[in-house]
Design a binder for this molecule. Structure first.
Ligand SMILES: Cc1cc2nc3c(=O)[nH]c(=O)nc-3n(C[C@H](O)[C@H](O)[C@H](O)COP(=O)(O)O)c2cc1C
Length: 166
């Protein structure tokens, strides 16, 4: 199992080394390449590299401590319209997974940190970064050069697969 899907793991410790802007752009391109309901592409991104802002972000969830040490954090933000609002979590989930896979393709490591649908947690991002009211912070992705190699774990479980009948 050699491709990036099977190599991807959550990486939470990073080298003290910046990420090249062209890598960040390709990572964002991958996110924007995701499928979305009615092709509405209801996503925007806030790329955070400033240390003081990453420190603040790392405090906004009990599980986001690594953001303080990752050179880059990407906040994936939803901007749904009334027609496709209900699909936003799926659209942004697909977008986020594309980003995580491109991070591996770029020789980097990353970790998805959940914010939505914990609206109290989302509000801390909205307030700190002064996001418009109709934008919804969905998740934060920490990324950078990993301090360790990804280790493959085989999660295939035949008992979860059903053919033709339950
Ligand atoms: C919706 C979602 C929210 C997550 N939130 C966090 C988080 O807040 N902090 C964290 O360290 N990892 C978080 N993770 C990463 C999971 O812990 C991780 O994907 C899982 O343990 C499987 O490990 P792997 O990614 O190395 O395969 C999240 C993953 C998902 C999909």
């Amino acid at each position: 199992m050699e491709n990036i899907i099977f190599k991807r793991r959550s990486i939470r410790s990073f080298e003290d080394k910046p990420v090249e802007p062209e890598k960040v752009e390709r990572i964002l391109r991958a996110g924007m390449q995701a499928p979305s309901a009615h092709n509405k592409q209801p996503w925007e991104f806030l790329v955070v590299t400033d240390k003081d802002k990453r420190d603040a972000l790392s405090q906004m969830s009990p599980y986001a401590g690594m953001v303080a040490y990752a050179p880059v954090a990407i906040i994936v933000i939803g901007h749904p319209d009334s027609m496709t609002e209900k699909f936003m979590p799926q659209d942004l989930g697909a977008c986020t997974e594309n980003i995580l896979l491109q991070i591996v393709e770029e020789g980097l490591g990353g970790c998805w940190m959940g914010f939505y649908p914990d609206m109290a947690r989302c509000a801390t991002i909205t307030n700190y970064f002064n996001l418009p009211e109709d934008r919804i912070p969905f998740c934060v992705i920490a990324l950078g050069y990993s301090q360790r190699e990804n280790s493959f774990v085989d999660r295939y479980d035949a008992s979860k697969v059903h053919f033709n009948k339950w």
